[in-house]
Design a protein around this ligand. Structure first.
Ligand code: DP6
Length: 324
């Protein structure tokens, strides 16, 4: 009989971005720390089953076998298998309730759910900190999805990654912000985050400056969250996003994730804020615009997004209180 475990994890959106790696590629250590909020509503559900009859892992997403995507999951499982002494191959069945790989953090919720399910299946007995370290090895943003609320991913200094982990700073109830995702293009992105980061680190003249500014940005964001100071949080969130993208755009060849609607929405969100609504934007490795807002500003932000001809879909999220 095969044994299986099903676990769910939620996406997160970075307010202070992770972009770039350090040290041994196998550990997937970030060049910078980052700070995020975990979102209710955008979730990945993953079942991992041990199956002694298999001669390789089988990866099924949304009901279809996808060997290409499965390779990364399988390489990650190999390391968990090594840690647990398990030799058996697995069947991995996973599904997102949102568009995959379009800058909607599917790798974060995906690797967090896979870490939770597989580590339990392999009986590794990991605490949250260790879970975040494993999830990070799968995808740098995934360690943050182990927690709910406001989450800090430490950069760490050590080459072995021991001091590189995520932790919850504050629960969602501390400051129940909302995040609206304006989907401008749900197709798979052309340049994945890992490739975009490599290209940036190798050739962007701004990469050093990007890294040097991160500790101050993280401190400013933490202070804004502590004080529930929306203007301060908006300012650091937008600047971190624009710095990340400017650094990536200055690579050779330039890494550009935006489309025309992305740029128009940046302007529209700034317009909202000028009219007194507590809303700011952030953008990940894709053209979608995420509007982080105070609850009272959510209706105006939602109206703005829905009225925009470049927005195909609006996904509205609360912050997630607890991890799954
Ligand atoms: C722009 O976590 O997808 O969303 O570690 O290579 O898997 P890998 O990268 P990934 O990068 C996320 C980058 C980002 C910013 C962020 O979430 O902090």
């Amino acid at each position: 009989m095969s044994k299986s475990v099903t676990r769910q994890a939620n996406a997160n959106i970075a307010l202070v971005k992770y972009w770039g790696k350090r040290g041994a590629a196998s550990l997937n250590l970030p060049a910078v720390g980052s700070l995020s909020v975990t979102l209710d509503g955008l979730a990945t559900t993953t079942t991992v089953s041990l199956d002694q009859s298999l001669t390789a892992d089988v990866y099924v997403r949304a009901g279809r076998e996808r060997p290409e995507e499965g390779r990364r999951a399988s390489a990650f499982l190999d390391r968990l298998r090594d840690a647990s002494g398990t030799k058996d191959f697995c069947r991995i069945e996973t599904d997102n309730n949102f568009p995959t790989a379009a800058g909607l953090a599917s790798s974060a919720s995906g690797f967090a759910a896979l870490t939770l399910a597989a580590s339990e299946l392999f009986e590794l007995g990991l605490d949250d900190r260790a879970l975040s370290q494993w999830a990070r090895q799968g995808s740098g943003s995934a360690g943050r999805s182990i927690f709910g609320g406001f989450v800090l991913q430490h950069r760490g200094e050590r080459e072995d990654g021991e001091d590189c982990f995520a932790e919850q700073l504050r629960p969602a109830s501390h400051w129940p912000l909302k995040v609206l995702v304006g989907v401008t293009d749900a197709r798979q992105k052309a340049t994945g985050s890992s490739d975009g980061m490599r290209q940036t680190a190798e050739s962007s003249p701004y990469f050093q400056a990007w890294q040097a500014g991160q500790p101050a940005d993280l401190a400013a964001a933490r202070e804004a969250i502590e004080a529930r100071d929306f203007d301060a949080l908006a300012s650091i969130t937008e600047q971190s996003c624009l710095k990340m993208h400017a650094t990536a755009m200055a690579a050779n060849p330039g890494v550009i994730y935006w489309n025309a609607a992305t740029l128009e929405l940046i302007e529209a969100v700034r317009d909202l804020r000028q009219k007194g609504h507590g809303a700011c934007f952030t953008i990940d490795a894709g053209p979608q615009v995420k509007v982080v807002c105070q609850p009272e500003a959510a209706a105006a932000a939602d109206d703005m997004l829905r009225a925009h001809p470049g927005v195909a879909e609006v996904i509205s999220c609360d912050l997630r209180e607890e991890a799954s």
